[in-house]
Design a protein around this ligand. Structure first.
Ligand code: 2M8
Length: 442
């Protein structure tokens, strides 16, 4: 382990989670850059809170699912407060209240994000299984997550393959990853296709660390498509030029299904439906998303019927979901170990292939180290008993936070990061704090 000061980190992390909380019930990823409640961020935030205030962890999950739609969909942003301005696309953009089945009490976005809530609930329950309140909450909350998963199988899997699609890069959680570059190049935007809009993100964080304007036009184009179809996955599947079975997204679904199966057994629920989904999904992930020449998994582009064959961090989250055979897991681990031992000196785990031309160690999802991704990769390596690389992934991350602060993402190049004074993107970042708390306690 690096020389870090765990008690200082824990104090700071707790303060960040508390100060990024509003109305004592929901947390924002970073007050300046992302001033609303985000879907998978809140999952990790609940995990962090559960290390020192489990009642707050429960309120975080409850407030998040106030945004759940009748069809089960959980939006990627819940706009509890309209007063906060300065984020595009804000509450009025999505027109969620015009959509039947969207909540009446709160505005939401219309796209979703990786389904982490099942395994987060399981983690919180396992830490507090002797608490009657936590058990009661978990039993009830289970049903909401079940509805969410049912939505993915019903609306996002038109060929009943067991793999859910996304139709927007933001739903992958990895917005401007090079994964999506070629696919979005095929989208031509004609005058009148998208409304005029104003970005705020690049005023609040260094624009060189944020997505390009062209990326944003595509994001808006795909949101407009969603809006046109009332964000209905089935209708969008016919028309969207961006239709992808993503690695990370499906690995999260599979790991969360597994959590529902485990919790269901604990609570005496019938878990047959989830077991059937998960058996099919795990097999489909293994069969369809593995790319032999790459030696790892890759997302599948459903419109052009091909893999997006690039080396990227989503592939490694399959370990956490227990998907790979031992032989494949070994290949994934070998890749991580070689990366960690390279003479150029990388901290692991960069979010994109450092040998690729478009790798950019500073720019958002094109290369930097991301806190929640390191947590997922760490848990996966542990699951397969790859102790050395697991510890490397954990300690590299804690060292970065200790040196550079609670930022959104970090430079993976040792020689560069060691000279820096801060990380990249937003500061005072909630999931960075949450992951630090969980890793230190783990
Ligand atoms: C980033 O995405 C949002 C859109 O959802 C943005 O760039 O405005 C991503 O890193 C995403 O994974 C994350 O959930 C969100 C809030 O932290 O920020």
């Amino acid at each position: 382990m690096p020389e870090i000061n765990p008690s200082r980190l824990v104090n700071e992390a707790e303060n960040i989670l508390e100060s990024n909380t509003w109305e004592d019930r929901y947390n924002v990823p970073s007050p300046n850059l992302y001033p609303y409640q985000w879907n998978w961020d809140s999952g990790f935030v609940a995990m962090g809170f559960s290390r020192f205030d489990v009642a707050r962890a429960i309120r975080e999950l409850e407030s998040l699912f106030e945004g759940q739609w009748e069809n089960g969909m959980l939006p990627h942003i819940i706009f509890h407060s309209k007063k906060r301005e300065g984020y595009f696309p804000g509450p009025s953009y999505w027109e969620s209240k015009n959509v039947e089945g969207a909540p009446r009490s709160v505005d939401t976005s219309g796209i979703t994000q990786p389904p982490v809530h099942g395994f987060i609930l399981e983690r919180i329950f396992n830490q507090h299984s002797d608490s009657g309140d936590v058990r009661d909450f978990a039993k009830k909350f289970y049903q909401k997550i079940l509805r969410l998963h049912r939505y993915y199988y019903e609306y996002r899997d038109p060929n009943h393959e067991g793999l859910a699609f996304i139709y927007h890069p933001w739903a992958s959680g990895r917005d401007n990853s090079p994964l999506w570059d070629d696919l979005v190049k095929t989208i031509t935007i004609k005058p009148g296709d998208i409304p005029a809009y104003k970005r705020y993100d690049n005023l609040k964080a260094d624009p060189s660390e944020r997505p390009s304007d062209r990326d944003y036009d595509i994001y808006v184009y795909l949101m407009e498509l969603g809006k046109k179809h009332g964000y209905d996955g089935k209708a969008i599947a016919q028309e969207s030029p961006f239709l992808v079975q993503d690695t990370l997204f499906n690995a999260m679904l599979i790991r969360s299904n597994e959590a529902l199966i485990n919790l269901g057994a604990e609570f005496g629920f019938d878990t047959k439906e989830v077991e059937e989904w998960n058996t099919q999904s795990k097999q489909a992930f293994e069969d369809k998303l593995w790319v032999e020449e790459l030696g790892m998994y890759a997302p599948y582009d459903l419109q052009n019927n091909k893999h997006i064959a690039l080396k990227e961090i989503g592939a490694f989250t399959a370990l956490f979901a227990g998907i790979p055979s031992l032989a494949r897991a070994q290949r994934l681990n070998d890749y991580i170990s070689t990366l960690a031992n390279r003479p150029e000196g990388f901290r692991v785990m960069p979010s994109f292939d450092p040998d690729h031309l478009v790798f950019d160690p500073k720019k958002y999802w094109k290369g930097p180290i991301w806190p929640q991704m390191n947590w997922l990769v760490y848990q996966g390596l542990k699951r397969y008993d790859f102790k050395d690389s697991a510890n490397q992934v954990k300690s590299d991350f804690l060292e970065l936070v200790d040196k550079l602060g609670f930022y959104e993402y970090f430079d993976p190049r040792k020689s560069v990061a060691d000279q820096l004074k801060n990380g990249y993107g937003g500061d005072h970042f909630s999931w960075t704090a949450a992951v630090v708390l969980d890793l230190i306690a783990d």
